[in-house]
Design a protein around this ligand. Structure first.
Ligand SMILES: Cc1cc2nc3c(=O)[nH]c(=O)nc-3n(C[C@H](O)[C@H](O)[C@H](O)COP(=O)(O)OP(=O)(O)OC[C@H]3O[C@@H](n4cnc5c(N)ncnc54)[C@H](O)[C@@H]3O)c2cc1C
Ligand code: SF4
Length: 570
Protein backbone atom coordinates (compact mmCIF):
# COMPACT_ATOMS: atom_id res chain seq x y z
CA UNK A 1 0.00 0.00 0.00
CA UNK A 2 2.77 2.39 1.02
CA UNK A 3 4.50 1.87 -2.35
CA UNK A 4 1.30 2.64 -4.23
CA UNK A 5 0.99 5.93 -2.32
CA UNK A 6 4.65 6.82 -3.02
CA UNK A 7 4.18 6.01 -6.71
CA UNK A 8 1.04 8.16 -6.83
CA UNK A 9 2.93 11.11 -5.33
CA UNK A 10 5.83 10.57 -7.74
CA UNK A 11 3.41 10.76 -10.64
CA UNK A 12 2.41 14.28 -9.66
CA UNK A 13 5.88 15.43 -8.66
CA UNK A 14 8.08 17.51 -10.96
CA UNK A 15 11.28 19.50 -10.68
CA UNK A 16 9.44 22.73 -11.45
CA UNK A 17 5.92 24.04 -11.76
CA UNK A 18 5.05 27.06 -13.93
CA UNK A 19 1.68 28.70 -13.32
CA UNK A 20 0.41 30.23 -16.58
CA UNK A 21 1.51 29.77 -20.20
CA UNK A 22 1.40 33.35 -21.51
CA UNK A 23 4.36 35.52 -22.41
CA UNK A 24 6.24 35.08 -19.13
CA UNK A 25 5.10 31.50 -18.37
CA UNK A 26 6.12 30.41 -21.87
CA UNK A 27 9.61 31.75 -21.25
CA UNK A 28 9.79 30.05 -17.85
CA UNK A 29 8.77 26.76 -19.50
CA UNK A 30 11.37 27.14 -22.24
CA UNK A 31 14.22 28.04 -19.90
CA UNK A 32 13.51 25.49 -17.18
CA UNK A 33 13.01 22.56 -19.57
CA UNK A 34 16.04 23.73 -21.58
CA UNK A 35 18.12 23.39 -18.41
CA UNK A 36 16.89 19.83 -17.93
CA UNK A 37 14.10 20.32 -15.37
CA UNK A 38 10.97 18.18 -15.64
CA UNK A 39 8.46 21.00 -15.72
CA UNK A 40 4.71 21.03 -15.27
CA UNK A 41 3.00 24.01 -16.91
CA UNK A 42 -0.43 24.62 -15.41
CA UNK A 43 -2.78 26.70 -17.55
CA UNK A 44 -6.31 27.54 -16.48
CA UNK A 45 -7.65 27.85 -20.03
CA UNK A 46 -8.03 25.46 -22.92
CA UNK A 47 -5.18 24.34 -25.16
CA UNK A 48 -4.49 26.48 -28.24
CA UNK A 49 -2.12 24.77 -30.64
CA UNK A 50 -0.15 26.88 -33.08
CA UNK A 51 -1.96 27.23 -36.44
CA UNK A 52 -4.58 24.48 -35.96
CA UNK A 53 -6.36 26.42 -33.23
CA UNK A 54 -6.44 29.78 -35.06
CA UNK A 55 -9.91 29.40 -36.61
CA UNK A 56 -10.05 32.86 -38.20
CA UNK A 57 -6.45 33.25 -39.28
CA UNK A 58 -7.23 33.07 -43.01
CA UNK A 59 -10.85 34.22 -42.90
CA UNK A 60 -11.56 36.99 -45.39
CA UNK A 61 -13.56 40.03 -44.21
CA UNK A 62 -16.60 39.02 -46.26
CA UNK A 63 -16.56 35.50 -44.82
CA UNK A 64 -17.42 36.70 -41.30
CA UNK A 65 -21.12 36.54 -40.56
CA UNK A 66 -21.06 40.16 -39.34
CA UNK A 67 -18.19 41.32 -41.60
CA UNK A 68 -15.91 41.35 -38.55
CA UNK A 69 -18.15 43.61 -36.46
CA UNK A 70 -19.37 42.64 -33.01
CA UNK A 71 -23.10 42.01 -32.89
CA UNK A 72 -24.94 44.36 -30.51
CA UNK A 73 -25.92 41.42 -28.30
CA UNK A 74 -22.27 40.50 -27.67
CA UNK A 75 -21.37 44.12 -26.94
CA UNK A 76 -24.25 44.45 -24.51
CA UNK A 77 -23.31 41.21 -22.73
CA UNK A 78 -19.64 42.26 -22.58
CA UNK A 79 -19.40 45.96 -21.81
CA UNK A 80 -15.86 45.59 -20.38
CA UNK A 81 -14.00 43.48 -22.95
CA UNK A 82 -15.86 45.18 -25.83
CA UNK A 83 -13.86 48.33 -25.04
CA UNK A 84 -10.65 46.59 -26.16
CA UNK A 85 -9.80 47.51 -29.78
CA UNK A 86 -8.64 43.95 -30.49
CA UNK A 87 -11.95 42.33 -29.48
CA UNK A 88 -13.93 41.81 -32.71
CA UNK A 89 -15.69 39.03 -34.53
CA UNK A 90 -12.37 37.47 -35.56
CA UNK A 91 -10.92 37.29 -32.03
CA UNK A 92 -13.71 36.82 -29.48
CA UNK A 93 -12.60 33.23 -28.85
CA UNK A 94 -9.26 34.43 -27.41
CA UNK A 95 -10.74 36.85 -24.84
CA UNK A 96 -12.38 36.28 -21.43
CA UNK A 97 -16.05 37.30 -21.61
CA UNK A 98 -17.30 39.55 -18.81
CA UNK A 99 -19.74 37.10 -17.25
CA UNK A 100 -17.39 34.11 -17.27
CA UNK A 101 -14.87 35.34 -14.73
CA UNK A 102 -16.35 38.10 -12.57
CA UNK A 103 -14.34 40.45 -10.35
CA UNK A 104 -15.22 43.37 -8.11
CA UNK A 105 -14.47 46.92 -9.28
CA UNK A 106 -14.03 49.04 -6.19
CA UNK A 107 -12.91 51.72 -8.66
CA UNK A 108 -13.64 51.40 -12.40
CA UNK A 109 -11.11 48.96 -13.83
CA UNK A 110 -11.34 47.25 -17.22
CA UNK A 111 -9.59 43.92 -16.69
CA UNK A 112 -8.84 42.46 -20.13
CA UNK A 113 -7.75 38.81 -20.04
CA UNK A 114 -6.96 35.88 -22.32
CA UNK A 115 -7.39 32.53 -20.57
CA UNK A 116 -5.88 29.87 -22.84
CA UNK A 117 -2.54 28.31 -23.61
CA UNK A 118 -0.53 31.33 -24.78
CA UNK A 119 -2.51 33.80 -22.66
CA UNK A 120 -2.43 37.31 -24.05
CA UNK A 121 0.66 36.55 -26.15
CA UNK A 122 -1.74 35.73 -28.98
CA UNK A 123 -3.38 39.13 -28.71
CA UNK A 124 -0.70 41.62 -27.89
CA UNK A 125 0.40 44.55 -30.08
CA UNK A 126 4.03 43.34 -30.00
CA UNK A 127 5.66 46.65 -29.05
CA UNK A 128 8.94 45.74 -27.39
CA UNK A 129 11.20 48.46 -26.00
CA UNK A 130 13.96 47.87 -23.49
CA UNK A 131 13.75 49.81 -20.26
CA UNK A 132 16.72 52.00 -19.33
CA UNK A 133 18.31 53.27 -16.13
CA UNK A 134 16.02 56.29 -16.39
CA UNK A 135 13.32 53.75 -15.51
CA UNK A 136 15.15 51.55 -13.00
CA UNK A 137 16.57 54.58 -11.15
CA UNK A 138 13.25 56.46 -11.28
CA UNK A 139 11.73 55.56 -7.90
CA UNK A 140 14.97 56.27 -6.00
CA UNK A 141 15.60 59.54 -7.86
CA UNK A 142 12.07 60.87 -7.78
CA UNK A 143 11.17 59.52 -4.33
CA UNK A 144 8.23 57.18 -4.91
CA UNK A 145 7.62 53.45 -4.40
CA UNK A 146 10.91 51.75 -3.42
CA UNK A 147 14.25 51.51 -5.15
CA UNK A 148 14.53 48.76 -7.76
CA UNK A 149 17.04 46.12 -6.63
CA UNK A 150 18.35 45.87 -10.20
CA UNK A 151 19.69 48.25 -12.83
CA UNK A 152 19.77 48.12 -16.63
CA UNK A 153 23.17 46.38 -16.59
CA UNK A 154 21.62 43.42 -14.74
CA UNK A 155 19.06 42.89 -17.49
CA UNK A 156 21.00 43.97 -20.61
CA UNK A 157 22.44 40.52 -21.46
CA UNK A 158 19.04 38.93 -20.86
CA UNK A 159 17.33 41.42 -23.13
CA UNK A 160 19.80 40.38 -25.84
CA UNK A 161 19.15 36.72 -25.10
CA UNK A 162 15.36 36.93 -25.40
CA UNK A 163 15.39 39.36 -28.33
CA UNK A 164 17.47 37.02 -30.50
CA UNK A 165 15.08 34.15 -29.91
CA UNK A 166 11.81 36.09 -30.07
CA UNK A 167 12.80 38.18 -33.11
CA UNK A 168 12.56 41.93 -32.53
CA UNK A 169 12.62 44.42 -35.39
CA UNK A 170 13.96 47.91 -34.84
CA UNK A 171 16.53 50.52 -35.64
CA UNK A 172 19.62 51.28 -33.56
CA UNK A 173 18.75 54.86 -32.63
CA UNK A 174 21.46 55.43 -30.01
CA UNK A 175 19.14 57.00 -27.43
CA UNK A 176 20.05 56.96 -23.74
CA UNK A 177 16.40 56.62 -22.72
CA UNK A 178 15.75 53.63 -24.97
CA UNK A 179 18.72 51.25 -25.21
CA UNK A 180 19.24 49.56 -28.57
CA UNK A 181 18.76 45.83 -28.87
CA UNK A 182 19.54 42.84 -31.10
CA UNK A 183 17.38 44.04 -33.93
CA UNK A 184 16.11 42.51 -37.14
CA UNK A 185 15.62 45.18 -39.84
CA UNK A 186 13.17 47.95 -38.89
CA UNK A 187 9.82 48.54 -40.54
CA UNK A 188 9.59 51.25 -43.20
CA UNK A 189 8.40 54.80 -42.74
CA UNK A 190 5.93 56.51 -44.99
CA UNK A 191 6.77 59.94 -46.34
CA UNK A 192 4.61 61.95 -43.91
CA UNK A 193 6.01 60.07 -40.92
CA UNK A 194 9.58 60.80 -42.15
CA UNK A 195 8.59 64.40 -42.71
CA UNK A 196 7.31 64.65 -39.10
CA UNK A 197 10.49 63.03 -37.81
CA UNK A 198 12.66 65.59 -39.60
CA UNK A 199 10.51 68.51 -38.48
CA UNK A 200 10.81 67.41 -34.84
CA UNK A 201 14.57 66.79 -35.12
CA UNK A 202 14.99 70.29 -36.53
CA UNK A 203 12.95 71.88 -33.77
CA UNK A 204 13.68 69.98 -30.56
CA UNK A 205 16.93 68.56 -29.21
CA UNK A 206 15.23 66.06 -26.94
CA UNK A 207 12.18 64.81 -28.85
CA UNK A 208 12.91 61.88 -31.11
CA UNK A 209 10.58 60.14 -33.49
CA UNK A 210 11.80 56.60 -34.18
CA UNK A 211 10.36 53.48 -35.77
CA UNK A 212 8.64 51.30 -33.20
CA UNK A 213 10.48 48.21 -32.03
CA UNK A 214 8.21 45.24 -32.50
CA UNK A 215 8.28 41.44 -32.08
CA UNK A 216 7.98 40.72 -35.81
CA UNK A 217 10.34 38.62 -37.89
CA UNK A 218 11.32 41.03 -40.64
CA UNK A 219 14.28 38.86 -41.65
CA UNK A 220 14.22 35.32 -40.26
CA UNK A 221 17.43 34.00 -38.71
CA UNK A 222 18.31 30.30 -38.35
CA UNK A 223 16.96 30.33 -34.76
CA UNK A 224 13.52 31.37 -36.08
CA UNK A 225 13.47 28.67 -38.75
CA UNK A 226 14.38 26.17 -36.03
CA UNK A 227 11.20 27.26 -34.24
CA UNK A 228 9.22 26.68 -37.46
CA UNK A 229 8.63 30.41 -37.85
CA UNK A 230 8.89 32.45 -41.02
CA UNK A 231 9.00 36.02 -42.23
CA UNK A 232 6.09 38.28 -41.30
CA UNK A 233 3.87 38.91 -44.32
CA UNK A 234 2.43 42.23 -43.07
CA UNK A 235 -1.13 40.94 -42.96
CA UNK A 236 -1.83 42.95 -39.76
CA UNK A 237 -4.39 40.52 -38.42
CA UNK A 238 -1.96 39.15 -35.86
CA UNK A 239 -4.43 38.96 -32.95
CA UNK A 240 -6.16 36.07 -34.75
CA UNK A 241 -2.94 34.01 -34.46
CA UNK A 242 -0.33 33.95 -37.21
CA UNK A 243 0.17 30.80 -39.33
CA UNK A 244 3.68 32.01 -40.25
CA UNK A 245 4.68 32.59 -36.64
CA UNK A 246 5.55 36.06 -37.97
CA UNK A 247 5.13 37.64 -34.54
CA UNK A 248 6.23 36.27 -31.19
CA UNK A 249 3.68 34.32 -29.19
CA UNK A 250 4.12 31.54 -26.65
CA UNK A 251 2.11 29.28 -28.97
CA UNK A 252 4.42 29.78 -31.96
CA UNK A 253 7.67 29.96 -30.07
CA UNK A 254 8.45 29.12 -26.44
CA UNK A 255 5.81 26.46 -25.70
CA UNK A 256 6.57 24.21 -28.73
CA UNK A 257 10.29 24.75 -28.04
CA UNK A 258 9.83 23.57 -24.45
CA UNK A 259 7.73 20.62 -25.69
CA UNK A 260 10.56 19.53 -28.00
CA UNK A 261 12.83 18.96 -24.99
CA UNK A 262 10.52 16.16 -23.85
CA UNK A 263 10.71 17.64 -20.35
CA UNK A 264 7.46 19.64 -20.36
CA UNK A 265 4.05 18.46 -19.26
CA UNK A 266 1.45 21.03 -20.29
CA UNK A 267 -1.80 20.71 -18.38
CA UNK A 268 -4.54 23.00 -19.74
CA UNK A 269 -7.87 23.44 -17.87
CA UNK A 270 -5.94 23.57 -14.59
CA UNK A 271 -6.95 26.53 -12.43
CA UNK A 272 -4.32 27.09 -9.76
CA UNK A 273 -6.10 27.71 -6.46
CA UNK A 274 -3.08 28.30 -4.22
CA UNK A 275 0.49 27.37 -3.44
CA UNK A 276 1.07 24.79 -0.70
CA UNK A 277 3.52 25.93 1.98
CA UNK A 278 5.16 23.30 4.20
CA UNK A 279 5.83 24.79 7.63
CA UNK A 280 8.35 22.10 8.60
CA UNK A 281 10.37 22.39 5.43
CA UNK A 282 10.02 26.17 5.43
CA UNK A 283 9.28 26.27 1.73
CA UNK A 284 6.59 25.81 -0.89
CA UNK A 285 6.10 22.19 -1.90
CA UNK A 286 3.45 22.35 -4.61
CA UNK A 287 0.16 23.80 -5.77
CA UNK A 288 -3.54 23.08 -5.41
CA UNK A 289 -5.40 22.99 -8.69
CA UNK A 290 -9.08 22.94 -9.55
CA UNK A 291 -9.62 20.93 -12.73
CA UNK A 292 -11.75 23.26 -14.89
CA UNK A 293 -13.62 20.34 -16.45
CA UNK A 294 -14.38 18.16 -13.40
CA UNK A 295 -14.09 20.88 -10.72
CA UNK A 296 -12.08 18.37 -8.68
CA UNK A 297 -9.29 19.70 -6.47
CA UNK A 298 -5.91 18.08 -6.97
CA UNK A 299 -2.31 18.66 -5.90
CA UNK A 300 0.98 18.75 -7.78
CA UNK A 301 4.44 18.99 -6.23
CA UNK A 302 7.78 20.46 -7.27
CA UNK A 303 11.05 21.86 -5.93
CA UNK A 304 10.56 25.30 -7.45
CA UNK A 305 7.49 27.24 -8.51
CA UNK A 306 7.32 30.05 -11.07
CA UNK A 307 4.17 32.17 -10.77
CA UNK A 308 3.29 33.63 -14.19
CA UNK A 309 -0.50 33.95 -14.13
CA UNK A 310 -0.28 37.63 -15.33
CA UNK A 311 0.01 40.46 -12.81
CA UNK A 312 -3.39 40.52 -11.09
CA UNK A 313 -4.02 36.77 -11.16
CA UNK A 314 -0.57 36.20 -9.69
CA UNK A 315 -1.59 38.53 -6.85
CA UNK A 316 -4.79 36.52 -6.47
CA UNK A 317 -3.01 33.16 -6.28
CA UNK A 318 -0.51 34.46 -3.70
CA UNK A 319 -3.18 36.20 -1.59
CA UNK A 320 -5.15 32.95 -1.62
CA UNK A 321 -2.09 30.93 -0.51
CA UNK A 322 -2.51 31.21 3.24
CA UNK A 323 -0.98 29.12 6.01
CA UNK A 324 -0.28 29.72 9.67
CA UNK A 325 3.19 30.97 8.71
CA UNK A 326 1.69 33.30 6.06
CA UNK A 327 -1.87 34.16 7.18
CA UNK A 328 -2.07 37.14 4.79
CA UNK A 329 -0.77 35.49 1.67
CA UNK A 330 2.41 33.68 0.67
CA UNK A 331 5.57 35.65 1.31
CA UNK A 332 3.61 38.58 2.72
CA UNK A 333 5.65 39.38 5.82
CA UNK A 334 5.87 43.02 4.76
CA UNK A 335 2.11 43.44 4.28
CA UNK A 336 2.63 44.98 0.82
CA UNK A 337 1.26 42.01 -1.17
CA UNK A 338 -1.50 43.29 -3.47
CA UNK A 339 -0.46 46.93 -2.97
CA UNK A 340 1.37 49.45 -5.16
CA UNK A 341 -0.41 48.26 -8.29
CA UNK A 342 0.17 50.56 -11.25
CA UNK A 343 -0.54 50.64 -14.96
CA UNK A 344 -0.12 52.86 -18.03
CA UNK A 345 -2.07 56.01 -18.71
CA UNK A 346 -3.39 55.77 -22.30
CA UNK A 347 -6.15 58.37 -21.87
CA UNK A 348 -5.17 61.05 -24.37
CA UNK A 349 -4.94 61.00 -28.12
CA UNK A 350 -4.66 63.56 -30.87
CA UNK A 351 -5.43 63.59 -34.57
CA UNK A 352 -4.87 65.97 -37.44
CA UNK A 353 -4.61 66.25 -41.20
CA UNK A 354 -1.82 67.12 -43.58
CA UNK A 355 -2.45 68.55 -46.99
CA UNK A 356 1.12 68.24 -48.35
CA UNK A 357 2.71 65.30 -50.22
CA UNK A 358 -0.49 64.60 -52.08
CA UNK A 359 1.53 63.11 -54.92
CA UNK A 360 2.49 60.17 -52.64
CA UNK A 361 0.54 57.44 -50.95
CA UNK A 362 1.21 54.23 -49.05
CA UNK A 363 1.22 50.72 -50.40
CA UNK A 364 0.50 47.59 -48.37
CA UNK A 365 0.26 47.29 -44.61
CA UNK A 366 2.64 47.51 -41.69
CA UNK A 367 2.07 45.85 -38.31
CA UNK A 368 3.89 48.63 -36.43
CA UNK A 369 4.21 52.41 -36.30
CA UNK A 370 6.64 55.14 -35.15
CA UNK A 371 7.23 55.87 -31.48
CA UNK A 372 8.26 58.95 -29.51
CA UNK A 373 10.21 58.04 -26.35
CA UNK A 374 9.68 59.97 -23.12
CA UNK A 375 11.12 63.49 -23.12
CA UNK A 376 9.61 64.94 -19.90
CA UNK A 377 11.50 64.95 -16.55
CA UNK A 378 14.26 62.79 -18.05
CA UNK A 379 17.43 64.47 -16.81
CA UNK A 380 15.82 66.59 -14.12
CA UNK A 381 12.44 67.21 -12.51
CA UNK A 382 11.10 70.07 -14.65
CA UNK A 383 7.32 69.70 -14.60
CA UNK A 384 4.63 69.89 -11.93
CA UNK A 385 4.09 66.13 -12.30
CA UNK A 386 6.35 63.15 -11.71
CA UNK A 387 7.79 61.07 -14.57
CA UNK A 388 6.45 61.33 -18.15
CA UNK A 389 4.89 59.73 -21.18
CA UNK A 390 5.90 58.16 -24.49
CA UNK A 391 3.70 58.45 -27.55
CA UNK A 392 2.76 56.43 -30.59
CA UNK A 393 2.56 58.23 -33.93
CA UNK A 394 1.36 57.29 -37.39
CA UNK A 395 0.24 58.81 -40.66
CA UNK A 396 -1.78 57.39 -43.52
CA UNK A 397 -3.59 58.50 -46.61
CA UNK A 398 -7.35 58.93 -46.28
CA UNK A 399 -9.65 57.83 -49.06
CA UNK A 400 -13.30 57.47 -49.92
CA UNK A 401 -15.23 55.58 -52.54
CA UNK A 402 -17.87 56.65 -54.98
CA UNK A 403 -20.89 54.61 -53.93
CA UNK A 404 -23.01 55.50 -56.92
CA UNK A 405 -24.33 52.80 -59.17
CA UNK A 406 -25.75 49.38 -58.69
CA UNK A 407 -24.41 45.87 -59.40
CA UNK A 408 -21.36 45.83 -61.66
CA UNK A 409 -21.02 49.62 -61.79
CA UNK A 410 -21.12 49.89 -57.97
CA UNK A 411 -18.47 47.15 -57.69
CA UNK A 412 -16.29 48.93 -60.22
CA UNK A 413 -16.57 52.16 -58.20
CA UNK A 414 -15.82 50.43 -54.91
CA UNK A 415 -12.52 48.97 -56.05
CA UNK A 416 -11.25 52.39 -57.11
CA UNK A 417 -10.79 54.41 -53.90
CA UNK A 418 -10.48 58.17 -54.35
CA UNK A 419 -7.53 59.54 -52.38
CA UNK A 420 -8.04 62.39 -49.92
CA UNK A 421 -5.37 64.07 -47.77
CA UNK A 422 -3.25 62.50 -45.02
CA UNK A 423 -4.41 61.81 -41.48
CA UNK A 424 -1.96 61.90 -38.61
CA UNK A 425 -2.53 60.56 -35.13
CA UNK A 426 -0.86 59.88 -31.81
CA UNK A 427 -1.73 58.37 -28.44
CA UNK A 428 -0.03 58.76 -25.07
CA UNK A 429 1.54 56.06 -22.91
CA UNK A 430 2.08 57.60 -19.50
CA UNK A 431 3.83 56.21 -16.45
CA UNK A 432 1.60 55.97 -13.38
CA UNK A 433 3.01 56.11 -9.88
CA UNK A 434 2.62 52.97 -7.73
CA UNK A 435 0.77 53.87 -4.52
CA UNK A 436 -0.29 51.91 -1.49
CA UNK A 437 -3.86 53.09 -2.10
CA UNK A 438 -3.94 51.35 -5.50
CA UNK A 439 -4.37 47.74 -4.46
CA UNK A 440 -6.06 44.40 -5.10
CA UNK A 441 -7.48 42.12 -2.40
CA UNK A 442 -9.62 39.01 -2.08
CA UNK A 443 -13.34 39.59 -1.68
CA UNK A 444 -14.47 38.06 1.58
CA UNK A 445 -17.80 36.78 0.21
CA UNK A 446 -17.88 36.48 -3.56
CA UNK A 447 -16.40 33.38 -5.20
CA UNK A 448 -15.64 32.53 -8.82
CA UNK A 449 -17.08 29.40 -10.53
CA UNK A 450 -14.21 27.34 -9.05
CA UNK A 451 -14.84 28.38 -5.46
CA UNK A 452 -11.87 30.76 -5.45
CA UNK A 453 -12.41 34.24 -3.94
CA UNK A 454 -13.05 36.95 -6.52
CA UNK A 455 -10.47 39.70 -6.90
CA UNK A 456 -11.46 43.13 -5.59
CA UNK A 457 -9.67 45.78 -7.66
CA UNK A 458 -9.19 49.26 -6.25
CA UNK A 459 -6.91 50.93 -8.78
CA UNK A 460 -7.37 54.34 -10.38
CA UNK A 461 -5.85 57.59 -11.60
CA UNK A 462 -4.64 60.52 -9.53
CA UNK A 463 -3.77 64.17 -9.95
CA UNK A 464 -0.34 63.28 -11.40
CA UNK A 465 -2.07 61.42 -14.24
CA UNK A 466 -4.43 64.33 -14.96
CA UNK A 467 -1.50 66.76 -15.21
CA UNK A 468 0.29 64.40 -17.56
CA UNK A 469 -2.75 64.12 -19.84
CA UNK A 470 -2.93 67.93 -20.01
CA UNK A 471 0.77 68.22 -20.83
CA UNK A 472 0.62 65.52 -23.52
CA UNK A 473 -2.25 67.33 -25.20
CA UNK A 474 -0.44 70.68 -25.06
CA UNK A 475 2.88 69.31 -26.28
CA UNK A 476 1.50 67.16 -29.07
CA UNK A 477 -0.70 70.04 -30.23
CA UNK A 478 2.44 72.19 -30.38
CA UNK A 479 4.36 69.48 -32.26
CA UNK A 480 1.55 68.91 -34.77
CA UNK A 481 1.23 72.67 -35.29
CA UNK A 482 4.98 73.04 -35.91
CA UNK A 483 4.74 70.26 -38.51
CA UNK A 484 2.01 72.18 -40.31
CA UNK A 485 -0.77 69.70 -39.57
CA UNK A 486 -4.31 71.09 -39.68
CA UNK A 487 -7.65 70.33 -38.08
CA UNK A 488 -5.92 69.18 -34.87
CA UNK A 489 -8.24 67.54 -32.37
CA UNK A 490 -7.15 66.23 -28.98
CA UNK A 491 -9.22 64.34 -26.48
CA UNK A 492 -9.07 62.75 -23.04
CA UNK A 493 -11.07 59.51 -23.21
CA UNK A 494 -11.09 59.31 -19.39
CA UNK A 495 -11.07 55.55 -19.95
CA UNK A 496 -10.90 53.44 -16.84
CA UNK A 497 -7.58 52.09 -15.64
CA UNK A 498 -6.89 48.61 -17.00
CA UNK A 499 -7.74 49.17 -20.66
CA UNK A 500 -4.02 49.81 -21.27
CA UNK A 501 -3.62 46.07 -20.43
CA UNK A 502 -0.28 46.81 -18.75
CA UNK A 503 -1.26 46.23 -15.12
CA UNK A 504 1.80 45.78 -12.91
CA UNK A 505 2.86 45.45 -9.28
CA UNK A 506 1.41 44.03 -6.09
CA UNK A 507 4.32 41.59 -5.61
CA UNK A 508 7.06 44.12 -6.07
CA UNK A 509 10.80 43.61 -6.13
CA UNK A 510 12.92 45.56 -3.66
CA UNK A 511 16.07 45.52 -1.60
CA UNK A 512 14.32 45.46 1.76
CA UNK A 513 12.11 42.51 2.80
CA UNK A 514 10.22 44.92 5.05
CA UNK A 515 8.86 46.84 2.06
CA UNK A 516 8.87 44.35 -0.81
CA UNK A 517 8.05 40.72 -1.59
CA UNK A 518 10.75 39.74 -4.09
CA UNK A 519 14.52 40.15 -4.14
CA UNK A 520 16.69 41.09 -7.11
CA UNK A 521 16.31 37.59 -8.60
CA UNK A 522 12.47 37.73 -8.58
CA UNK A 523 12.68 35.26 -5.69
CA UNK A 524 10.45 35.61 -2.66
CA UNK A 525 12.39 37.04 0.28
CA UNK A 526 10.44 34.80 2.66
CA UNK A 527 9.93 31.66 0.55
CA UNK A 528 13.01 31.08 -1.53
CA UNK A 529 11.73 28.46 -3.94
CA UNK A 530 8.93 30.67 -5.33
CA UNK A 531 9.67 33.09 -8.20
CA UNK A 532 7.37 35.72 -9.71
CA UNK A 533 8.43 37.05 -13.11
CA UNK A 534 5.28 38.50 -14.65
CA UNK A 535 4.00 42.07 -14.29
CA UNK A 536 3.26 41.52 -10.60
CA UNK A 537 6.97 41.86 -9.81
CA UNK A 538 7.32 45.37 -11.18
CA UNK A 539 8.39 48.05 -8.73
CA UNK A 540 7.45 50.88 -11.11
CA UNK A 541 6.01 51.06 -14.61
CA UNK A 542 8.24 53.17 -16.91
CA UNK A 543 6.64 54.44 -20.12
CA UNK A 544 7.89 51.54 -22.22
CA UNK A 545 5.73 48.53 -22.95
CA UNK A 546 6.44 45.91 -20.33
CA UNK A 547 6.39 42.43 -21.88
CA UNK A 548 9.96 42.32 -23.22
CA UNK A 549 11.12 43.10 -19.69
CA UNK A 550 9.03 40.22 -18.29
CA UNK A 551 10.70 37.91 -20.83
CA UNK A 552 14.22 39.06 -19.88
CA UNK A 553 13.48 38.85 -16.15
CA UNK A 554 12.01 35.37 -16.52
CA UNK A 555 15.05 34.03 -18.38
CA UNK A 556 17.37 35.62 -15.82
CA UNK A 557 15.40 34.28 -12.84
CA UNK A 558 15.21 30.77 -14.34
CA UNK A 559 18.96 30.75 -14.82
CA UNK A 560 19.48 31.79 -11.20
CA UNK A 561 16.89 29.33 -9.86
CA UNK A 562 18.47 26.34 -11.61
CA UNK A 563 21.96 27.31 -10.42
CA UNK A 564 20.67 27.63 -6.85
CA UNK A 565 18.90 24.26 -7.11
CA UNK A 566 22.17 22.68 -8.20
CA UNK A 567 23.96 24.31 -5.25
CA UNK A 568 21.23 22.94 -2.99
CA UNK A 569 20.16 26.31 -1.56
CA UNK A 570 16.56 25.87 -2.73
C1 LIG B 1 -4.71 43.89 -27.18
C2 LIG B 1 -3.43 43.84 -26.38
C3 LIG B 1 -2.32 44.59 -26.78
C4 LIG B 1 -1.15 44.55 -26.05
N1 LIG B 1 -0.03 45.18 -26.53
C5 LIG B 1 1.17 45.05 -25.91
C6 LIG B 1 2.37 45.57 -26.48
O1 LIG B 1 2.36 46.14 -27.58
N2 LIG B 1 3.53 45.42 -25.80
C7 LIG B 1 3.57 44.82 -24.59
O2 LIG B 1 4.65 44.74 -24.01
N3 LIG B 1 2.46 44.28 -24.04
C8 LIG B 1 1.26 44.36 -24.67
N4 LIG B 1 0.13 43.80 -24.13
C9 LIG B 1 0.24 43.17 -22.80
C10 LIG B 1 0.82 41.78 -22.90
O3 LIG B 1 -0.04 40.94 -23.59
C11 LIG B 1 1.04 41.28 -21.48
O4 LIG B 1 1.93 42.16 -20.82
C12 LIG B 1 1.65 39.89 -21.45
O5 LIG B 1 0.88 38.95 -22.16
C13 LIG B 1 1.80 39.47 -20.01
O6 LIG B 1 2.39 38.20 -19.95
P1 LIG B 1 2.01 37.26 -18.76
O7 LIG B 1 2.75 36.00 -18.93
O8 LIG B 1 2.21 38.00 -17.50
O9 LIG B 1 0.43 37.08 -18.88
P2 LIG B 1 -0.47 36.38 -19.99
O10 LIG B 1 0.17 36.44 -21.30
O11 LIG B 1 -1.82 36.98 -19.85
O12 LIG B 1 -0.53 34.88 -19.50
C14 LIG B 1 -1.02 34.52 -18.23
C15 LIG B 1 -1.58 33.11 -18.32
O13 LIG B 1 -1.85 32.63 -17.01
C16 LIG B 1 -3.08 31.93 -17.03
N5 LIG B 1 -3.63 31.94 -15.67
C17 LIG B 1 -4.18 32.97 -15.00
N6 LIG B 1 -4.57 32.59 -13.77
C18 LIG B 1 -4.26 31.27 -13.65
C19 LIG B 1 -4.45 30.32 -12.62
N7 LIG B 1 -5.00 30.64 -11.45
N8 LIG B 1 -4.06 29.04 -12.87
C20 LIG B 1 -3.48 28.69 -14.05
N9 LIG B 1 -3.30 29.57 -15.05
C21 LIG B 1 -3.67 30.85 -14.86
C22 LIG B 1 -3.93 32.68 -18.03
O14 LIG B 1 -4.97 31.89 -18.52
C23 LIG B 1 -2.89 33.03 -19.10
O15 LIG B 1 -2.78 32.05 -20.09
C24 LIG B 1 -1.08 43.80 -24.84
C25 LIG B 1 -2.18 43.04 -24.44
C26 LIG B 1 -3.35 43.04 -25.21
C27 LIG B 1 -4.51 42.18 -24.79
S1 SF4 C 1 1.37 40.90 -39.79
FE1 SF4 C 1 2.93 39.35 -39.79
S2 SF4 C 1 2.77 38.47 -37.80
FE2 SF4 C 1 0.89 39.57 -38.12
S3 SF4 C 1 -0.50 38.04 -38.92
FE3 SF4 C 1 0.50 39.02 -40.57
S4 SF4 C 1 2.21 37.74 -41.12
FE4 SF4 C 1 1.55 37.21 -39.14
Amino acid sequence: MANIAIDAIKEVTYDAIVIGSGISGGWAAKELTGKGLRTLVLERGRDVKHIVDYPTTVTNPWEFEHRGQLPLEIREQNPIVSKCYAFYEGTTHFFVKDAEHPYVQEKPFDWIRGYQVGGKSLLWARQTQRWSDFDFEGPARDGFAVDWPIRYADLAPWYSYVEKFAGISGNKDGLATLPDGEFLPPHEWNCVESYFQKQMAGHYKDRHVIMGRAAHITKPQPIHFQQGRAQCQHRTICERGCPYGGYFSSNASTIPWAAKTGKMTLRPNSVVHSIIYDEKKGKAVGVRVVDATTHKMMEFYARIIFVNAAALNTNLVLLNSTSSRFPNGLGNDSGVLGKYVAFHNYRARISGEYDGMLESTTDGRRPNSPYIPRFRNVYKQEMDFLRGYAAGFSAGRMSHTNQDGIGASLKANLVKPILDGWYVGSHMMGETIPKESNFVALDSNLKDPFGIPQLRISVGYDDNDDKMVKDYIEQMTEMFTIAGFKNIKASDSKQAAGLDIHEMGGVRMGKDPKTSILNKWNQMHACKNVFVTDGACMTSTSTQNPSLTYMAMTARAADYAVKEMKKGTI
